[in-house]
Design a protein around this ligand. Sequence first.
Ligand SMILES: [Ca+2]
Length: 327
Amino acid sequence: MKDADYYTKNTTNLLFAVQIPQESGFTNFNDNIGEIKFWGHEFSLNTRILDRGKLKWSVNSNISFNRNRVVALADGIDRVYGLHHITKVGEPFGQFYGHLANGLYMNAEDLKNSPVVPGRSFVGTIKLVDVNGDGVLTNGGDRDDRTILGNPFPDFTYGITTNLNYGNFDFSVVGSGSQGNQLWVRHLYSTANLDGVFNMHREAQFRFRSVENPGKGFYGTTVGGGTATGIERDWQNSRFVADASFFTIKNITLGYTINKRNKLFRSARVYASIQQALVFTKYWGGSNPETSAQQNGQGDGGNLSPGVDLFNYPVPRTSTIGVNFNF
Ligand SMILES: [Ca+2]
């Protein structure tokens, strides 16, 4: 059996916590931000592969493609900024926004031939892309070099369920996945803070130490103190963006049904199952690629800033053994 669905939905008059400049003394206000259009395709396929005597095997699968676009914002504005997100008319809401990182200044020649943040770029500090081509790196204002870096929305999500029955045994596996979604690895702000006041992400040991010992080229030098390290930490940049595609085996269950009617019960099913059995992912930013932090609805993890990993807990793996009785 095949199914295909298409939907389109316009959402208007949404009340959102809109981030506004901190200089105003407020962090956000609730406003009618306008209109977002959501649309998508969903397909499902249910297949009975085998049905021979005692043996039955079926596979059900589905895949969804969901998109959205901001149609309008509040009167007089065409974009709303978050700490590391932008919501802009004509684009999906809540895209990641910041500087494109381009490694580190590996030596004096590299520094000389690259765009710099005047007074703050040194050999071993983070190198960014001069998006507007004016020769200088600028964060915000009229000469802003920030750009869209990615977004937390998957290209598609999918699920698969398979059921196998043999006589009184039943076996099922349920999996689901998401492809092409990204997360903002927000906790690097503190876990890779080179000022040395927090517990550190272990990769930070491979930071740039000298021209001869540049580490892995990801974390920069601590020489220069906050003048140097502050760019890496505070200027939102693409190093915080990580692919969070995943496929999770959500459930595996093996059961056996006892169909012997007796004084105590009509039938009984004994089963064992594991939830969150396996997670396949290349996500490097934390232990839970399925996260999308909803902290306090402001700044990080708010409605317009999805896909933020604040070092969120993994979904626990749970094992269950049980018996169901039919009386
Ligand atoms: Ca520039």
